[in-house]
Design a protein around this ligand. Structure first.
Ligand code: BGC
Ligand code: NOJ
Length: 834
């Protein structure tokens, strides 16, 4: 069953009924000011940091679902009847309803008793504010006398404190109201130099800033007393819960239309210019004035909206494809790319499953997120890489997370996730492959944000590799530390205390438990380093003394091949790659186990690192295919590939959080979508395009739209997890939006299946597609050059390039070198498979 449809021409998903199985959300803003918005206008806004600069309040895990938002109420003053044009919170049955989610904006339109309303929410580029453009049209056939009320609830900035420290917070709320603008200034009198404002383009009939005056005692947002009475209280908040509500009277003749604009914004003032007049306690409002005057004018708001649309046309234009599959086209061209931007911006901080309080920017997460984003705005990926690496520890390890506002490593979450450093190598390498900007390796970057610890970024990468080399266990495999990619495989944790965090509690020394996954990742990272090392020794600009010798690229190829030998010795189980060795030295992910016999992660990462692909029998030839066949046999379901099998039926002290989940959910044999693309990439590497694409389609949200009642989450973005076959709700998705799933699926479909892959030397095109396809075409903007690519597949094979013609000239191989003569600003590439 569907709850809407894709409007690909508009790049929108259109929701046609408000009661979706879960709130289906979207994001506003793409730079510093952000908002979450659901299909019924629920959600909240924040500036840069969802925890520390929360503008509006939202109540997670509430009933009714989705409480707190950008609410509007329309009241017919003749009858007293009122409704919400976005359905929530009044839930009055609307005669028509439609929500359109686009890139960075959402429009919700409805009709009730002949009154049409349409509200467009978006954040103009370069601004710290959001615009709500409300258009009311009277189609009732007679004149109407309406009241329009707005309503938001302010958050007292630190969302965690706001939800817990009531003894203080009930006494500190402060507002100002001047003309049509409500200012929220809690704590501005002391150490804060920022405030929020909520403005309206129309003359007000009244306003409210005290929540209980607006709602009435013991009432909810569904039936505010003020709206019921049609009369604001003009209340001024002192403490308690400050809100912002405007009341506008709107008389509309039959057929008449009116636009009303609301603006919610965030503003900072210089410390010594906070008050006007100086010495008073009144906010200096000059700084907010310009933006208000501008965007309260419909022409300027419209212009800003058009600019936002153009911006996204430009970003998405970096790669557009036309394949025989509509789900592929709309995900690659629109939604998956868009989700990559959102995950890049948010990491795992704020969604309808992440409270915005608990988690900052993840080290491994951000390095992976940029894989799907770097081609859109490489400059921002560069900045992110430098921020991340500045939190790296001197020993090469990493803080697991940092706070976006301070950009400092987060001590509460700590370090010791032994896979973290290797992801930095992958992130940096992807950036250079996209841009050719080798200068990033010479950037001087601190460790742990400490002044005078700077070394070239390249040395950070060296230390990342060194970190693993210095932490090998009894089998010579890398020690796992707190966990590796799988946060929930906590082999050193041994937690017996309810509620204790598996991630942060003190671990055993951890000198035994080893990870085959990190071993595979290490091989992959060494291969990337090999490429970087070759070039860096020639191009190095930095004159800063480094602690680390510049090792030749052979150092990395040797390290990789030694680790490969170790994997074949201790990490291969006969039919698939093993997962780990626990603290007792027992193997996990092996036929020897009764539960957790086979895990997806090592199959994906080891094959991606090339293990089992080559022809020499001594090095495990054919083993990649064997492992992938085992994945198909034991892990694949129609809804995607499960993380492991058999699921853990009970809690195992020596395994940690992974066994804490009921079977079929999350890391305990859920379909953890992040890992599925690794298998797609591995299938591409062994040339099985049909299988790779089949896996791609199983978790493609657009291809799952028809089963929305089961899938439950948004059909336009990936979710982190789909319940596995052991779960009662097999096929049900959770944790939509913020997941490495976005970046990796984008990489798998664009670089492995469609095979358009940036390399250090140029664009390589080597598709591994379904045999049924006649071919496909693509436009890719790469290092300033537009490549028009046409692939034909006359023999209906999955893999194999017979002929590559670049601007009319045939080239050897499938790598189009950036320095090739044929590469001008527009390049036509004709590829014949065969
Ligand atoms: C979740 C993981 C997540 C981790 C982050 C765990 O509880 O199951 O998916 O990565 O928390 O801290
Ligand atoms: C979500 C985390 O954000 C990510 O870092 C981790 O790899 C997966 N969960 C798997 O545990």
């Amino acid at each position: 069953m569907k709850f809407g449809y894709f409007d690909d021409a508009q790049r929108e998903y259109v929701i046609t009924r408000p009661d979706t199985p879960l709130p289906w959300i979207n994001y506003l803003g793409c730079e510093a000011y952000f908002g979450l918005i659901s299909n019924t206008a629920g959600g909240y806004s924040f500036y840069k940091d969802a925890r520390l600069r929360r503008l509006t309040r939202y109540r997670y895990n509430n009933s009714p679902l989705d409480m707190g938002g950008r609410y509007l109420y329309i009241r017919d003053n003749n009858t007293g009847k009122y409704w919400s044009p976005t359905w929530m919170p009044t839930r009055v049955n609307l005669d028509e309803y439609e929500c359109r989610h686009g890139q960075g904006y959402t429009s919700i339109a409805s009709k009730f008793n002949g009154i049409k309303s349409s509200t467009r929410y978006f954040v103009p580029l370069g601004e710290s504010l959001e615009i709500w453009q409300v258009t009311l049209t009277n189609e009732s056939g007679s004149n109407v006398d309406l009241s329009l009320f707005s309503a938001i609830e302010f958050c007292l900035w630190d969302a965690n404190d706001d939800a817990t420290n009531f003894q203080r917070n009930y006494s500190i709320g402060q507002v100002e109201v001047v003309d049509e603008v409500i200012y929220h200034k809690t704590e501005y009198r002391e150490r804060r130099d920022h405030f929020a404002y909520f403005a309206c383009s129309e003359k007000l009939a009244g306003f409210d800033t005290i929540r209980e005056d607006f709602l009435g005692a013991y009432r909810g947002w569904n039936e505010p007393a003020v709206v019921e009475n049609g009369e604001s209280c003009n209340s001024f908040a002192n403490g308690w819960q400050p809100i912002g509500s405007h009341h506008v009277k709107v008389q509309l003749k039959a057929g008449e239309q009116r636009q009303i604009i609301f603006i919610l914004g965030y503003q900072e003032n210089p410390k010594d210019d906070k008050f006007d007049p100086p010495g008073s306690q009144i906010i200096n409002k000059k700084s907010a004035k310009k933006a208000l005057e501008k965007y309260l004018q419909p022409v300027n708001a419209n212009k800003a909206f058009d600019e936002l649309r153009d911006y996204w046309t430009m970003l998405l234009g970096k790669l557009q494809v036309t394949t025989p599959d509509e789900h592929t086209n709309r995900m690659v061209n629109i939604w998956n790319a868009y989700q990559c931007m959102v995950t890049f911006n948010m990491s795992r901080s704020a969604s309808y499953f992440e409270s915005g309080i608990g988690r900052g920017m993840g080290f491994r997460d951000s390095n992976q997120d940029l894989l799907g984003f770097v081609h859109m705005i490489p400059e921002r990926a560069r900045e992110r890489i430098l921020d991340l690496s500045a939190t790296q520890l001197k020993n090469g390890g990493a803080f697991h997370q940092y706070q976006p506002l301070t950009k400092r490593g987060n001590n509460d979450v700590g370090s010791g996730f032994n896979d973290d450093p290797a992801w930095l190598v992958l992130g940096v390498s992807a950036y250079i492959k996209e841009t050719g900007d080798w200068s990033i390796l010479d950037e001087l970057v601190q460790y742990e944000n400490e002044p005078e610890t700077e070394t070239p970024l390249y040395e950070h990468l060296q230390r990342s590799i060194q970190y693993t080399l210095e932490r090998l266990g009894p089998n010579n495999l890398p020690l796992i530390g707190r966990a590796d990619w799988n946060d929930c495989l906590n082999l050193n944790c041994f937690s017996e205390t309810p509620g204790q965090s598996f991630q942060t509690t003190t671990n055993k020394e951890g000198k035994v438990a080893e990870s085959v996954f990190i071993a595979g990742l290490f091989v992959l990272a060494c291969q990337e380093m090999e490429g970087l090392a070759e070039h860096y020794s020639e191009s190095r600009q930095s004159t800063v003394e480094t602690t680390f010798d510049l090792q030749p690229s052979a150092f990395y190829s040797n390290a990789a091949s030694e680790m490969e030998t170790t994997i074949w010795k201790a990490g291969w189980d006969g039919d698939w790659f093993r997962r780990a060795y626990d603290d007792f030295g027992h193997v996990l992910g092996s036929k020897e186990n009764t539960e957790g016999q086979i895990f997806i992660e090592p199959q994906g990462i080891c094959i991606m690192a090339g293990l089992g692909l080559d022809a020499a029998p001594s090095s495990g030839s054919g083993n990649a295919v064997k492992a992938l066949d085992a994945v198909a046999e034991y892990l694949a379901t129609p809804h995607g590939i499960m993380l492991q099998q058999p699921a853990f039926s009970q809690y195992y002290l020596h395994l940690g959080e992974i066994s804490s989940y009921p079977p079929g959910y999350k890391e305990n044999a859920g379909i953890f979508c992040h890992t599925n693309p690794w298998i797609m990439i591995a299938e591409s590497l062994v040339g099985r395009g049909d299988q790779a694409f089949d896996y791609y389609t199983r978790i493609n949200p657009s291809a799952r739209e028809e089963i929305s009642e089961l899938h439950k989450c948004e059909p336009y973005v990936y979710a982190q997890m789909i319940a596995g076959k052991d779960a009662a709700t097999h096929g049900e998705a959770k944790n939509s939006w913020l997941s490495g799933t976005a970046a990796w699926n984008y990489v798998a479909i664009t670089q492995s299946i469609l095979g358009i892959q940036p390399t250090l030397d140029g664009l390589e095109i080597n598709p591994v597609i379904p045999s049924t396809w006649d071919g496909f075409s693509a436009t890719r903007i790469y290092r300033g050059v537009t490549y028009h690519i046409r692939v034909t597949n006359p023999k209906h094979i999955c893999k194999g390039v017979e002929k590559v013609i670049v601007n009319g000239k045939q080239i050897e191989g499938s790598l189009i070198r950036v320095d090739a003569d044929a590469v001008t600003s527009e390049v036509n590439v004709e590829i014949t498979m065969g």
